[in-house]
Design a protein around this ligand. Sequence first.
Ligand SMILES: Cc1cc2nc3c(=O)[nH]c(=O)nc-3n(C[C@H](O)[C@H](O)[C@H](O)COP(=O)(O)O)c2cc1C
Length: 368
Amino acid sequence: MFRIGPLELKSNLFLSPLAGYTNLPFRLVIREIGGVDLCTTDLVNARSLIERNKKALKLIETNEHDRPLAVQLFGSVPEEMRDAAADLERRGIASVDINMGCPVRKVCRVGGGSAMMTEHAKTSALVSGMVNAVKVPVTAKMRLGWDDENITAPDLARALEDAGVAAIFIHGRTREQGFGGTVNLAGIRKVVEAVKHIPIIGNGDVTTPEAAKKMFDDTGCAGVSVGRGAFYNPWIFQQTRHLMATGELLPEPRFEERVRVLCRHLDLMVEVFGEEHGCRMFRKVAPWYSKRFGPVNEFNKKVVGIGSRAEFHDVLERYLRWRQQFCDGDGHLLPRFAPPPMVASFMQDPASARRQSLPVPKGPVEVW
Ligand SMILES: Cc1cc2nc3c(=O)[nH]c(=O)nc-3n(C[C@H](O)[C@H](O)[C@H](O)COP(=O)(O)O)c2cc1C
């Protein structure tokens, strides 16, 4: 059992918000596979929510299988953030998260996102207002600081704990780093050491269960949150739970299972967004699954043009036939065509010429 304030959770693993991706269908896919409990929406503008803006309401769309759910708010006007939190509580949302990490100019210019990390007193006052208005936990998500000269997360975490936040999610990079370089586990550790009681949840570049374990071991964090790694591998939560409980790694999911989940994801996209829009949105989702398929050019070229479920299944069937040439007599991919294993940034040999970096998906937000 894991606690965030009054909220009891069955897992200490979390899905990170990814604007444009962590919608209801993706959360349901992740939950059906298992290993995760609290999932989070994309960031939602507090004012738009209070004004009942249609797009904002679509972002918080949920159903009975999508529990417990956190909604992430951004904004810098204390009254709006307070009222939006109260509105979410009335809607049965389990937890409210505050975005303090977004580096995008549009958000920072008005004092939201990463800019909140530069003004501790103001941010604490805003947080207190929210905490006092609701019974559900209020959490914060931040980076290590603005840049290397301004690693403010430990001090801010302490101030926010005093202001009443129930947990902090910390992406182990600065705003200036964007998504470059390596996630700084020692930096996350400093945040863990700075607070008295609240759980600190580490985040950044976790793409394998071994990487999640290393983040727990090296930082002392109470939980780990996964964003892009869950795209490559929606099984990561289940695999990590198994590794932490038994010390053993589960085998990789079979190709057929990957295809099954891919199809399930599309079905849910169509259910939630309608066939045309759901398929259009799925064009940018399918290539993430296919990164672990082996040779995949044929699939990727065609899937970005799908306009209906039938078209998708047509692309998939053709691809399955084309892929046979890379398989043995039993239909298993020949080892020389298998994709290389994933290795998290903080587990790669710094001297290696073949360092992998985790692609940043295209979306409304290019740098987070
Ligand atoms: C496309 C994209 C959208 C993101 N959207 C959000 C967001 O809405 N709110 C937020 O706090 N972080 C957002 N992030 C940051 C992620 O939550 C996470 O902190 C970051 O990607 C590092 O974790 P990962 O390596 O597991 O993805 C976004 C990241 C990406 C790549």
